[in-house]
Design a protein around this ligand. Structure first.
Ligand SMILES: *[C@@H]1O[C@H](CO)[C@@H](O)[C@H](O)[C@H]1NC(C)=O
Length: 290
């Protein structure tokens, strides 16, 4: 006897004239195809977007000696540019008064106010920088430190469009221009180092931060203390690592197979149930049920 490989066929065909189309069958078929299409398109759009996973580690992502670049963009609507400067101090003994490099002062409010844009670097130790009139030779009568912050950023600028939930510029649009004129403003800033690895292997080092704020009227022995806007910072030992990942193609294939197969199976069960029920109903109507 000759061996017939067709015996391995698990998809045996029923001759066409032994099958019959039904209306419910057609309805179920069309619905399941629409359903498959919908699931397939949702799954495809999910596959085409990459995901960003994040993890926490206790490490320093860059060398300890590395410094953190800072960018600050702040408007003081009631203080002339000529009086303003930035002072930087830290626990490593740094004390710079009236930092001016890479700083732009733009007159606003018809010369009565000033916007400061400044880039500088800080060491990775606790410290502070403050915007004040300390470095000015002549002091204004009433240094009004009310201000409006546009940006305080640590580390690189994480480009727009990256789907990262984080706290990279929480001080944006903080408006203290309605505060007391002679008050000192304190921002206590906790800096969190972050690493962002994109799909192409580029690595960036942005820093996130949180802050708390306090406004105080300071008095010294000889009367009022010259007010300032203080940013006192501290680094967190925890690093947040963001990694962009593409979803693997095989999981997409698996999902598509599951969608197609699963839908047809469920639809088939549904169809045969309806068909059987209809047959029983017909028989019952004819009184042939025994
Ligand atoms: C600083 O903020 C002002 C106000 O939002 C903006 O017009 C200006 O372009 C900013 N400067 C930089 C360098 O981003």
């Amino acid at each position: 006897m000759q061996f017939d490989i067709r015996r391995f066929d698990i998809y045996r065909k029923v001759p066409k004239d032994l099958t019959q189309p039904t209306l419910t069958g057609a309805c179920i078929s069309i619905s399941s195809i629409l359903f498959i299409l919908y699931l397939f398109l949702s799954e495809l759009s999910l596959f085409l977007t990459h995901e960003v996973i994040s993890e926490l580690t206790v490490e320093d992502p860059v060398r300890h000696t590395e410094k953190i670049p800072v960018f600050i963009n702040i408007t003081l609507p009631q203080l002339k540019c000529e009086y303003l400067g930035i002072d930087i101090q830290d626990d490593m003994g740094r004390h710079e008064v009236g930092f001016q490099d890479d700083t732009q002062k733009i007159e606003v409010n018809e010369g009565k106010g000033c916007r400061m844009e400044s880039h500088f670097v800080i060491n990775k130790v606790p410290g502070n920088f403050h915007v004040s009139t300390h470095s000015s030779r002549t002091q204004p009568d009433n240094p009004d430190m009310t201000h409006l912050i546009h940006k305080v950023r640590f580390g690189m600028d994480l480009q727009e469009g990256k789907e990262v939930k984080g706290s990279f510029n929480p001080l944006e649009d903080v408006d203290r221009s309605a505060g007391q004129a002679l008050a000192t403003h304190n921002y206590i800033v906790k800096i969190v180092p972050s690493v962002y690895e994109d799909k192409r292997g580029n690595v960036g080092y942005p820093y996130q931060y949180t802050y708390s704020y306090r406004e105080v009227m300071q008095y010294g022995h000889g009367g009022r203390v010259v007010p300032a806007i203080w940013f006192r910072y501290e680094l967190s030992p925890i690093t947040v690592r963001y990694i962009e990942k593409n979803k693997p193609f095989y999981t997409f294939l698996t999902t598509v197979c599951a969608i197609v197969g699963g839908t047809f199976t469920v639809a088939g069960i549904l169809d045969s149930c309806i068909f059987t029920a209809a047959e029983i109903f017909k028989k019952a109507e004819l009184g042939k049920l025994s």
